[in-house]
Structures are given as C-alpha cells and as structure tokens.
Write a protein that binds this ligand. Sequence first.
Ligand code: AMP
Ligand code: GLY
Length: 425
Amino acid sequence: MKVLVVGSGGREHAIAWSFARSGRVEQVYCAKGNAGIAQVAKLVDIGPEDVVGLADFAVSEEIDLTFVGPENSLAAGITDEFEKRGRRIVGASAAASRLESSKSFAKDFMARHGIPTAAYETAGSAEEAVTILESGKFGDKDSPVVVKADGLAAGKGVIMASDRAEAIEAVRSLKAGEIIDSAAASTIVLEECLFGKEVSLLMFADGNHFALMPPTRDHKRIGEGDTGPNTGGMGTVTDPSMLSAEQTRTIVSDIIEPTLAGAASEGFPFKGILFLGLMMTSEGAKVLEYNVRFGDPETQAILVNLETDLTGICEAIIEGTLEKTVISWKEGSSACVILASENYPSTPRKGDVIEGLDAASKHENVEVFHAGTAFDDSSRYVTSGGRVLAVTAVASNMSNSLHRAYKAVNEISWPGMQYRRDIGK
Ligand code: AMP
Ligand code: GLY
C-alpha cells in the first residue's frame, strides 16, 4: 500500500511513523514533511492548501490512502477533491471542517443540538461587541470574558480578558488586525469564562460511530507554571485516569452522540478525526472547541500508545465499519515534551545545529518526532521552526513516562533551546 501524509510538523511525523510501522505499507510519502520525516517517508514538495496539486499527485502515483494533518488543508476541501476523484482519504469534509474553521458556526451548532458549552454571543462589528459587553450579559465590568476571532488563527485568535476593559481592547486589536489577519476576525465570538481542568478527547469517527483515543492534556503557554504567551503546545501527556468511566459516559451521551447525530442530520456526517477541547467544570464537561483533526502535540503522545495498525483504522473510517473494528492501546501513560527554538513563539531563530539526536533516539520506549528541522549544507539537522522536536515516551504510568521523556531531552541541545520542565505536573 502507498500512503500519503499531508502536513509538515511533529504531528505528521508521528502519523507517518505509524504508517511506516505497518506491515501493509510499502511506501509512505509526506507533503511537504521535514528533515526528520524524511527518515520514514519520501518528501513531496506540495503545500497543504494546494488540494488540486495533491490530488493530481495521488492519482499519478496511485496512492492508496491519504491522511490529512492540518486544518487549513481540510478547510480548503482536500477531502472533497480526493473523493471526487475516487481517491481514498481520511479527513473531515470542507462542510464538516466548519466546526473548527468558524467558531460562530460551531457555537450555533452546539446551541442547535443542546451540547454543553460556554454561553456566548456573536458580533459582526466592534461596536456591536462593545454593546454586548456593556449589556452585562457576561457579568459586570470586573468579570472575565473570552474574546475569540471566528476564523482559523493558529491558536492566536483567543484572548482571555480578565475584565471588560481588557475585553474591549481585545475586540479592538482583533478588528485592527494587530494580532491576526483581521479577515479571521470579521465575526467576533464573546464567551463566558469557564473554570476547571482542561482535557482533550480525540476520536476516530466514520460518520455514525466513533472510537475514543486515550484522553490527553496539552500545555499551551510557553512558560512553566502556565505563564507567558500561548504557543501551539509545549507538551502533552495521555493517561486514562484523566477521565473517570462516569465522566466518559456523560461526555459520550451529552456531547459526542449529539455531535455526530447533529452533523449527520445537517448533511455533513463527520468522518475523520474529531478533537474535543473540554473544560471539566463544576457543572460537568463543556466544549471549549472542536478541532476536526489530530492535535499537535497530542498526536505524538497518542500514537506511541496505539497498538492496532493505523491503516486498518483508516479503512474502517472510510468504509463506515468502525463499530466492528477492535482498536487496542498500550496500557499506561505517555508524555511528549516539545523542544522549541530561541525566541519562540514570537520570532523563532532558525539554523542552529541540533546535537544529541542519535543518543536520544537510542533510549528505550522513546521516539523523537521532528516538528521543525532541516538539513544544513553538511547534512546536519538544524532548527527550522518554532517548535523543533517532540520527545515522546511511553511507560506504565505517568511519572515514568515523564521521567523517560526528560532523560532523552537531556541528551539534546542547541543554542537557545527552550522547553518546559513541568509537563504533566
Ligand atoms: P479555543 O481555541 O477556543 O479552544 O481556545 C484556546 C484556549 O483558550 C482553550 O484551550 C482554553 O484554555 C481557553 N478558552 C477558550 N474558551 C474558553 C472559555 N470559554 N473559558 C475559559 N477558557 C477558555
Ligand atoms: N495542541 C492543540 C491543537 O493542536 O490544536
């Protein structure tokens, strides 16, 4: 079987690595990939939003299965294009991708289907947003409010305002294009601020049925103790104990089943990977966001735990037979620590030579996935992005998986390398 993975980060390295381990896969391709992904895949120089170029490649190379990593490719309609051409692909359709690409669409969808989420309002203009904020709907002038840009903004479109004045300033700066492209902020979503522990729960879905992955927790801020600016994610842990059996049952009945039934009834059956960002509040789990894809770096920690061949799961998603597919996971826990370059997340420095990769890779039950690496003229690995490596370990429990991951991290260095020492704490 020939498999194509779309995307270029640590998530895609973990996906390509999983396919490369399958006895059924003779060649993995990755568009565009990175220097680390080149260990397990042939790199293809086509960008994720060039859906016609990717479909042309899949047809000419007779790719049997394509798996899509990033949301921009899904929102650009890659799945629809491949299906139109009769190519097998795993990823949400453009219509289903609206659950991620438009926060107002997702909130209205949840309201239509009675899915628990933070109270919200949407505003087309800054004036309208200010009127809503001043109406008292989100509490008095000292109450926290969450201000979100409607569109895709790589995690930068969400501002946690600690009071009304900050919220008004957040609306102004989103509208002025000071944080993200203002096109993504044509609609603003205002939300009640929820409190509790966050859990990410991902699943495979085939339109009607789903299969849960182990729950994970992401650490989004750059600094230890959850300080400093948000990043794409500085590390994750998976551990079955993050959700009790009772909590999981309620999430299934109150959130997952209505989401899949609602999507099907509105004409966009959800097939692919569905990611629930959840806040475990005192009133139970509430949806913070939907993502229509694997998370990065959740995926790295999840896939090292997967025992079942990923190709078979992909076939079940495409054919609608997930209910009959047995998916097994390693017992225990896993941890992923992101190593980032100097100045990430603002203006990461590139081109630093990475030392110690071979030594780290020799650690048992450790995988070093590459997020942003390239080769220099002497074929050495150098940093080429903000998040550079995802050092991932599995073990029988969380403290052992963290210990293993950090032992491997200690082998690796480059000037200005940064990472959090409190992942999983
Ligand atoms: P989102 O991209 O919508 O998931 O938001 C990014 C992050 O902002 C989430 O992971 C939460 O940490 C935080 N967040 C988003 N919405 C809320 C909310 N209504 N209440 C509290 N925190 C939130
Ligand atoms: N780590 C969060 C995300 O992939 O959206």
